[in-house]
Design a binder for this molecule. Structure first.
Ligand code: BGP
Length: 479
């Protein structure tokens, strides 16, 4: 039973699960699909765990009917998926590929037949390689027009059947990893280019939201932001300052722009001193201000704890743990500002991600206090090793514990007064983790797919699937 002091979740709460095209679809070169930046990047030796690619992924492109059937049986209320731009416009713009439209149209129909609300993400990182080659993708202002035209095509095709839309998925992550850490395509390490490409992405995001108002007047749209709330390590004012500037530079830099069309001042000043602020052209401010979202999409996995980081000899970019070998990640930061540090109050996963359900409540409360926008939790989940036991049984109690504690945090936040539209577990089926292969599993449904060898890709319901079914059935009364 829900704790008597907690408010019940609203009726119509979107109990969901999520995926992204590149991570599930496969069929990378079928039915007229063009090549994306990820199709190319994964072929560079050493970029992904054991050289894994999304060429086949979990073959959702061919098995979507079976997957929707599993969602229906679970009682899922919403399914968040992304469209591969290269299926619609193989070269990023020009002629529409009817086969691409057909695939998503069928998927949407199938979901609606099952009473599942589709939540469509316009961009989950797979940029048409043609646009990267032609003008450098996000580094050119041309991307604003091309992304808007692509989005308008989807609004026209699906606007009457899809009510909830996500514009950009984790703009902070794809720009940081793509242009600052060189861990994602296009593999650049350059602060100035990072902030400029990111500015174009903000403009494209606002432009698409503007177009949405004309084409889907009764729909809802917002970006999905990867928010990791910042904590100071100690009450030492130096650590407080480190956490505050981390919150500004890692989070407000995006969320302020989404909500208000303005960059945060203190962070702007800091970047100005480093000569890395983006060039703002005439009309940019108006465009940003006009592109306000209906909700803040929140992808929450963990909080981050910070301490001061000296200018001389401080830590910078660091290796990530992509192997599942606990303790192999290193602290990272910006010299002279902040660095991450372990939080002794929190357990970590095998990939060194902090497990912090209170952090979700904190994130939700901070969004409510600062932006006063409803929140759609568009991703939350646990990446872990799963073991298939004799007879096709997967006992992922650790995943149930993780999700249970986060659902409770949502109930607490609702009690605090935060308006939450829904909760999408990452992920529905197991899928390809961009840099971590297939062994870092998130699904409620296990997929027999691995880094090496050929597998039958069969689907098996995990224990968490049955548990979540009851959570949905009781609207969170029984967790
Ligand atoms: C988010 C992405 C997802 C997904 C998830 C888990 O950042 O939006 O696409 O991958 O994180 O991350 P990972 O696969 O690196 O464990």
């Amino acid at each position: 039973m829900i704790h008597p002091t907690l408010a019940p979740l609203p009726k119509g709460f979107l109990w969901g699960a999520a995926s992204a095209a590149y991570q599930v679809e496969g069929a990378w070169n079928e039915d007229g699909k063009g090549v994306s930046n990820w199709d190319k990047f994964v072929r560079i030796p050493g970029k992904t765990f054991k050289g894994t690619t999304g060429d086949i992924a979990v073959d959702h492109y061919h098995r979507y009917r079976e997957d929707v059937q599993l969602m229906a049986e679970l009682g899922l209320k919403a399914y968040r998926f992304s469209v591969a731009w290269t299926r619609i416009f193989p070269d990023g713009r020009g002629k529409v590929n009817p086969k691409g439209i057909e695939f998503y149209s069928n998927l949407i129909d199938e979901l609606r037949k099952a009473g599942i609300e589709p939540i469509l993400t316009l961009y989950h990182w797979d940029l048409p390689q043609a646009l990267q080659d032609e003008y450098g993708g996000w580094e050119s202002r041309q991307i604003i027009e091309d992304f808007t035209n692509y989005s308008i095509e989807l609004f026209k095709q699906f606007g009457s059947r899809v009510k909830y839309w996500v514009s950009l998925n984790e703009q902070n992550i794809f720009t940081m990893l793509g242009y600052r850490a060189a861990a994602h395509p296009p593999g650049v390490k350059d602060e100035k280019r990072f902030y400029q490409a990111n500015h174009h992405a903000s403009l494209a995001n606002a432009s698409v939201i503007g177009a949405f108002r004309t084409h889907v007047p009764d729909g809802k749209i917002g970006p999905s932001f990867a928010y990791s709330p910042a904590y100071p390590l100690t009450a030492n004012p130096e650590d407080i300052l480190a956490a505050e500037i981390a919150e500004e530079l890692n989070s407000h830099w995006w969320m302020d722009v989404y909500a208000w069309g303005k960059y945060p001042k203190v962070a702007w000043k800091a970047l100005e001193r480093k000569r890395v602020v983006p060039i703002i052209e005439e009309g940019d401010a108006q465009l940003l201000e006009a592109g306000r979202p209906d909700f803040m999409g929140l992808n929450y996995y963990q909080s981050s704890t910070y301490e001061k980081n000296p200018l001389e000899g401080g830590v910078g970019q660091a290796e990530m743990n992509t192997t599942g070998k606990k303790g192999s990640s290193k602290d990272a930061g910006i010299q002279g500002m902040f660095k991450t540090v372990a939080n002794s109050y929190l357990e970590r996963t095998n990939w060194d991600w902090n497990i912090d359900p209170d952090g979700l409540r904190i994130a939700l409360r901070r969004i409510e206090s600062r932006y006063k926008l409803p929140v759609l939790i568009s991703e939350n989940g646990l990446g872990e090793f799963d073991e298939e036991k004799e007879g096709g049984i997967i006992e992922d109690d650790y995943r149930i514990d993780y999700i249970r504690s986060h659902v409770k945090a949502i109930q607490e936040a609702v009690t605090d007064g935060v308006k939450i539209l829904g909760y999408c577990i990452w992920s529905f089926t197991d899928l390809l983790s961009w840099l971590n292969g297939f062994q870092k599993r998130y699904g409620l449904v296990y997929v027999n797919q691995h880094e090496e060898g050929e597998h039958d890709l069969s689907r098996i319901k995990k224990k968490s699937y049955y548990w979540y079914k009851n959570v949905i059935h009781t609207n969170g009364e029984e967790i």
